[in-house]
Design a protein around this ligand. Structure first.
Ligand SMILES: [Fe+2]
Ligand SMILES: [Fe+2]
Length: 259
């Protein structure tokens, strides 16, 4: 498992964990993000059960598990939060947030005691990282791709976690966690978005919202991170996309096993 510090100023850090070269080929590659704010941590889309030991080992290089205050789940998929019960076993005081639409569904990932989830209303909300940490904002991203779906914006760092939006299925020989060649990266994103994003209208609404926020970095749950002028290129590319496409003969129909 790789990890990299994306932002580190005044006691506020963003770390990405992902692109495991030893990952089982049967599970999709995911990125897990950690925000550390004044010693208190928030974990974004903590990942699947299979990769829990590797994510935990990598996270422990930066922060103690007992300092995790919040877990955020962008939506309900198993690659995002099937590990949730394991994190809560290690630290039962963690507060977990997800869309109100999915609280009853994500609770099925419990292995014993019931999982108490904090519902995020459709319009979004502010979330504080523990008593002393910074405040971040759940930004609506409904139908991009899940019906109850959120991105997460951190105004302190100027970083937006976008969940599955901007995600890519990157070949295993590509080791960089940062996008350097946008045109080539489109080849890794296109099939994923055509199939997994059901609504062009919802995607346009999300890019408008994000343009108003003006993040300096966009971090997806799969693939590579967009920074600098790559952020604008991603938003322009998404604005030219007609999604929700499928047909028997579609070249994209078999491209994406999971999101
Ligand atoms: Fe998903
Ligand atoms: Fe995903």
């Amino acid at each position: 498992m790789q990890s990299r510090i994306l932002y580190n100023e005044n006691g506020h850090q963003w770390i990405v964990i992902g692109r495991d070269p030893e990952k089982d080929s049967h599970v999709i590659d995911t990125n897990e993000y950690v925000i550390v704010s004044r010693g208190q941590a928030m974990l974004l889309d903590p990942g699947g059960i299979q990769i829990f030991p590797q994510v935990l080992a990598e996270l422990a290089k930066y922060v103690r598990v007992q300092d995790i205050r919040v877990i955020f789940a962008s939506h309900q998929d198993p690659d995002i939060s099937s590990s949730l019960a394991m994190w809560l076993d290690l630290n039962p005081s963690i507060k977990t947030y997800c869309s109100w639409l999915w609280t009853g569904f994500i609770s099925h990932f419990s292995t014993g005691a019931a999982i108490a989830l904090n519902p995020i209303p459709d319009k979004g909300m502010h979330i504080k990282i523990g008593d002393d940490g910074a405040e971040v904002e759940a930004v609506p991203a409904h139908y991009c791709h899940s019906s109850g779906n959120f991105s997460l914006y951190d105004p302190t760092a100027g970083i937006l976690f976008s969940g599955d939006i901007g995600s890519a299925l990157v070949p295993s020989h590509e080791s960089s966690l940062i996008v350097t060649n946008f045109d080539q990266h489109v080849d890794y994103m296109r099939g994923f978005h055509l199939r997994w994003m059901p609504s062009t209208l919802a995607l346009r609404s999300w890019t408008q919202r994000v343009r108003a926020i003006k993040p300096r970095m966009i971090c997806p749950q799969h693939g590579s991170v967009f920074e600098g002028d790559m952020v604008g290129k991603l938003l322009d590319w998404l604005d030219g996309l007609d999604v929700g496409q499928w047909a028997d003969e579609s070249p994209t129909s078999g491209l994406c096993k999971a999101a």
